[in-house]
Design a protein. Sequence first.
Length: 114
Amino acid sequence: VQLQASGGGLVQAGGSLRLSCVTSESIFSINRIAWYRQAPGKQRELVAHVSNGGMTNYADSVKGRFTISRDVAKNTVYLQMNSLKPEDTAVYYCHALKSSVLYWGQGTLVTVSS
């Protein structure tokens, strides 16, 4: 599975960004697609994920602000990020789990200025 992430950029605190992750295979064939992030000097952490059945889950730090969604026809998973905070600054990675194999896309940098 190949994953292509995009949509990062520089935004002021309180602003919004939408990240996109395009997959090379049907979303239904992938067990789970997730967004992770890694801030400077910190470990990579799970932000949100969606299962092939459509169930979603979020890290407590982003609940109510971020929304993960998918467009099956476009093989794309989105991460809508609202009310961004400086602590959301990180490289965001798209991740897929299929048949017990993990796949990572390249990161996209999100910078939130105060």
